[in-house]
Design a protein around this ligand. Structure first.
Ligand code: ADP
Ligand code: MG
Length: 474
């Protein structure tokens, strides 16, 4: 690469007037760092692997050079293909790219599942220049014969880390087999887990790698804070207390670990009439999700409650707060979640609620992002509730699993402990005192079960992988 100074204006790129006008109309004054670095490379025809955190303007980074290359409407079959992991993301890419292409005649179209293919097939038949697709729907229409892919000259994989998380590798391999091998390849990702390295090796040719920030550094303009909250009911009380401040908490995204928590939080907020609220998660229908996103973007609703899968990659400008009602077990998701606030030029706040089991995960997340998150005392106005039996069991189990991970010979105190712990007795599990295993005990465990493997849940497995990655990064 040349060592001439980086351009500081969009006009320095070899983009045409139509695109520069659209960029100006979008209110983009200066290219973001990832745009500054990747746009010239992509315009020069390189394969590019770009890693930059959420909210840094990756869409325009690959979008502008792509629009420049495809240039104007021609023929019927798509000449560029962008793969995205979810339908929300596909739709968002479509609208973002159409905005940048507003002064061209380019036909940009997104196909995705969740609704019948009929309209999509009809639109494709009329002619598309840039096709955006989720992998499943793409193969479906291709195999039906409704889609000709032999004119594809550029392939973009957006949110590659998410695609790998969602297990799209086999589908991507099949897609690579049916599109022309002579093409430009582009891979964009917020983080760089091992699976993305594998993918990039299979798919890119002599790529130039652009890494704007360390893979898991959280957004710089986000204020982060943490509350240790003993249980679910107290978390609800803390939410209620915080949300009394309407001015500050005007557009809030609340993340939960499970669909059930998302539903519970949403219905609680509804009951308390704290303002309009919607929930999005995997069980929600396509239209419900789209409507919720649109209403949230338009500022018509105050709260959007979401699971990680439903929310990844969605661009919601100017969110005042991200609340982590639960700590994510896939640690990278923490970075993705807080990337929802403090986007582009805005500052935002991310507040995390962690119970005693989750406090351990927070410690790991702090290692991952290489940042200490200030722990705030629970405000005295917040009523502390008693922990329900089931919830306590769940937390104990999680703590046990963590101990097993740290020490594979540990058999788990959860079942044994039930025998001697009186109900109602509180134990400080974070200090580990109650659980402390003598060397004899763990040796005995080893002998009794020399080959015992820890059966971990998928989420825990993933978290483990994230931890290993975090370690390697150091
Ligand atoms: P990413 O894909 O990296 O998560 P997006 O491409 O979705 O990020 O962009 C995030 C937000 O930043 C969008 O609202 C987008 O319009 C805005 N944005 C992108 N580039 C610029 C720029 N150069 N100046 C100002 N805002 C920008
Ligand atoms: Mg993006």
């Amino acid at each position: 690469m040349s060592d001439s100074p980086q351009p500081a204006a969009f006009a320095d790129f070899k983009l045409n007037k139509q695109l520069l006008t659209a960029v100006a109309e979008a209110g983009f004054e200066h290219p973001t760092p990832v745009q500054e670095q990747t746009i010239p490379l992509l315009l020069a025809g390189h394969d590019v692997l770009a890693i930059a955190q959420t909210g840094t303007g990756k869409t325009a980074a690959f979008g502008l050079p792509l629009l420049m290359k495809v240039k104007y409407a021609q023929g019927v079959n798509p000449r560029a293909l962008i793969l995205a992991p979810t339908r929300e993301l596909a739709m968002q890419l479509e609208s973002h790219l159409r905005k940048m292409a507003v002064h061209t005649d380019l036909r940009i179209f997104a196909i995705y599942g969740g609704l019948g293919p009929k309209t999509q097939i009809e639109t494709i038949a009329k002619g598309v220049d840039i096709l955006i697709a989720t992998p499943g729907r793409l193969m479906e229409l291709y195999l039906k014969g409704n889609l000709v892919l032999k004119e594809i000259k550029t392939l973009v994989l957006d949110e590659a880390d998410k695609m790998m998380d969602m297990g799209f590798m086999p589908q991507i391999r099949r897609i690579l087999e049916v599109i022309p091998s002579k093409r430009q390849n582009v891979l964009f990702s917020a983080t760089m887990p091992d699976k993305v390295s594998v993918l990039s090796e299979e798919f890119l040719e002599f790529p130039v790698r652009v890494e704007v920030t360390p893979a898991a550094t959280s957004a710089q303009n986000v204020t982060q804070s943490l509350y240790e909250v003993p249980n679910l009911l107290t978390k609800i009380n803390l939410l209620e207390y915080l949300f009394l401040d309407w001015d500050a908490f005007h557009r809030v995204m609340i993340f939960t670990r499970t669909k059930e928590h998302a539903e519970n939080v949403a219905s609680f907020l509804k009951r308390k009439s704290h303002g309009e609220v919607r929930a999005i998660h995997g069980n929600k229908g396509q239209n419900v999700r789209i409507n919720a996103m649109e209403a949230f973007k338009a500022g018509e609703i105050r709260f959007l409650v979401a699971t990680d899968v439903a929310a990844r990659g969605i661009d919601v400008p100017q969110v005042s707060h991200v609340i982590n009602f639960d700590v994510p077990l896939i640690y990278d998701d923490y970075v993705h979640r807080i990337g929802r606030t403090g986007r582009a030029q805005h500052t935002g706040a991310a507040i995390t609620f962690a119970n005693e089991a989750e406090m351990h995960h927070m410690a790991r997340i702090e290692e991952l992002i290489n940042q200490k998150i200030p722990l705030l005392p629970l405000p005295p106005e917040v009523k502390v509730m008693e922990t329900q039996f089931d919830e306590q069991q769940g937390m104990d189990r999680e703590i046990d699993e963590r101990r097993r991970r740290d020490d594979p010979s540990f058999l788990g105190a959860f079942h044994e402990r039930k025998e001697y712990v009186k109900p109602g007795v509180t134990i400080d599990k974070r200090t580990g005192k109650t659980y402390k295993e003598g060397p004899n005990r763990s040796q005995k465990g080893n002998k009794a079960n020399p080959s015992k493997k820890t059966a971990s849940k998928p989420a825990v497995k993933a978290a483990k992988a994230a931890m290993a990655r975090a370690k390697r990064r150091k």
